[in-house]
Design a binder for this molecule. Structure first.
Ligand SMILES: NC(=O)c1ccc[n+]([C@@H]2O[C@H](COP(=O)([O-])OP(=O)(O)OC[C@H]3O[C@@H](n4cnc5c(N)ncnc54)[C@H](O)[C@@H]3O)[C@@H](O)[C@H]2O)c1
Length: 421
């Protein structure tokens, strides 16, 4: 394998460790394996330049290797300053994929890395959070003419893209991979649900049993997280702004209340809303001494950290990923992972088995964009249902699970209206 010439990683000597961890993750990615085998033969992305802004994890590396096997020229950068696995970034460079990502990089470096990934004048973008697409539409407009399409991995990114489209600013077709059933039903619910608890446990080593845990947001991520916390014996409190979601949480057996009330009784707070200042100054004022606060939503805006910093008389890092804020009245509040997505900051993000489906969607969407070059309307598209079904079918097959098929009689019945009681 030829080492990439351009890159910015923490330490290239970490490559061997990264390579082994990438190999380990691949064991749990049977769908990716099937797709890679086909792509290696058919080369559907031959000569296509792809710039990817993704969490640089072992699973992303496996997606990268699949796209490379398909003939693409791929450059990667981080989609979050704290989510990069430095050994994986080094291994990607050794695999010949130019990578620009260093765990803990500052905001300037983060955006420099996005610009570096765009330097190759991409035909396709793969984004997680829409920062790369935003830079393209603002600082690098001259590159837009090369784009045939792109994909978006997460809820927050899809919301941003839809807002761009609504404002008449979107300039090339984007596909909302997050909204595929084989993505958010599994990745957001089971993947983030599990890995968020993993991140908080690794950062703090807290016992979950008996704790009052406040989950802010009962969307796909919130549902997965709350259910797992219940399994650990936590007393789960949910906060919401949508009545139907609030009702669902009540019927699932959680306490539901406004954050102002939850703030007074919670031991651990986890935001997963994709919204801003969900935990704000007034809530910090009400919290118990020792409360732990963290976020697993895409951006670090869900907790009003500047307000917390202003309220503090002193701060210190008491252990890795745990920052203590001492307040005037003597209370201490603990913020984890700088308010960045805790599952990737303090742990390894989602398990490979679930990313297998999200990244199978991504790989097949890349192929779809190339096949439909010039034919896709400039808007935010859903993932074609055939891709969703194919990914689910392949995953079931890999798991050794078979399901029934409709009989001819059933097909006819389900398409008819005449037959009643
Ligand atoms: N950490 C990760 O690896 C990871 C993985 C997937 C998604 N995400 C991110 O997690 C966030 C949530 O994703 P999702 O798929 O669950 O989205 P979702 O839209 O399904 O759910 C978000 C929920 O938050 C609620 N909400 C909004 N503002 C609120 C407020 N002020 N208080 C309480 N609730 C509020 C909404 O009503 C909604 O029900 C997004 O930012 C997404 O990008 C992170």
């Amino acid at each position: 394998m030829v080492k990439a010439r351009n890159f910015d990683v923490k330490d290239i000597k970490l490559a061997e460790m990264g390579r082994q961890r990438i190999e380990w993750a691949y064991r749990e990615m049977p769908v990716a394996k099937l797709i890679r085998a086909r792509f290696t033969k058919e080369k559907p992305l031959k000569g296509i330049r792809i710039s990817g802004c993704l969490h640089i994890t072992t699973e992303t590396a496996n997606l990268g290797l699949t796209l490379k096997a398909a003939g693409a020229d791929l450059v990667l950068c981080a989609s979050n300053p704290l989510s990069t696995q430095d050994d994986v970034a080094a291994a990607l460079v050794e695999f010949g994929i130019p990578t620009f990502a260093i765990k803990g990089e500052d905001c300037d470096t983060y955006y420099k890395h996005i610009l570096a990934a765009l330097d190759q004048k991409p035909n396709i973008t793969v984004d997680d959070g829409a920062d790369l697409v935003t830079v393209l539409h603002t600082k690098k407009k001259e590159l837009l003419k090369n784009l045939i399409g792109g994909s978006e991995e997460t809820t927050t990114g899809v919301i941003r893209l839809r807002a761009m489209y609504k404002a008449g600013q979107l300039k090339y077709p984007l596909i909302a991979v997050n909204d595929a059933d084989t993505k958010h039903l599994f990745d957001n619910r089971y993947g983030t649900g599990q890995s968020t608890i993993d991140g908080i446990t690794r950062a703090t080593n807290v016992l979950w049993a008996g704790k009052r845990v406040v989950v802010c947001g009962y969307g796909w991520v919130g549902k997965g997280l709350a259910l797992r916390l219940k399994g650990f014996g936590s007393k789960v409190i949910v906060t919401e702004v949508e009545p139907v979601k609030g009702l669902e949480a009540v019927m699932e057996g959680y306490e539901v209340m406004p954050i102002a009330e939850a703030a007074r009784i919670g031991d651990i707070f986890i935001t997963v809303t994709g919204d801003k200042n969900v935990i704000d100054k007034a809530h910090f004022m009400a919290m118990k001494d020792g409360a732990i606060i963290c976020n697993s939503g895409h951006f670090n805006v869900e907790i009003n950290i500047p307000a917390l910093e202003k309220m503090a008389v002193s701060t210190r890092t008491i252990r890795e990923y745990v920052q203590e804020f001492k307040l005037k009245d003597g209370r201490s509040l603990y913020l984890l992972g700088e308010g960045r997505l805790i599952n990737l900051a303090a742990a390894e993000g989602h398990p490979a088995s679930v990313m297998d489906m999200s990244f199978a969607d991504q790989a097949l969407v890349m192929e779809y964009i190339v096949k439909n070059r010039g034919k896709l309307e400039v808007k935010v598209h859903d993932v074609p249902p055939e891709i969703d079904k194919e990914v689910a079918r392949l995953k079931l097959r890999a798991m050794g699970v078979t399901i029934d098929t409709l009989t001819a009689e059933q097909k006819k019945y389900l398409a008819s209206w005449q037959e009643g009681t």
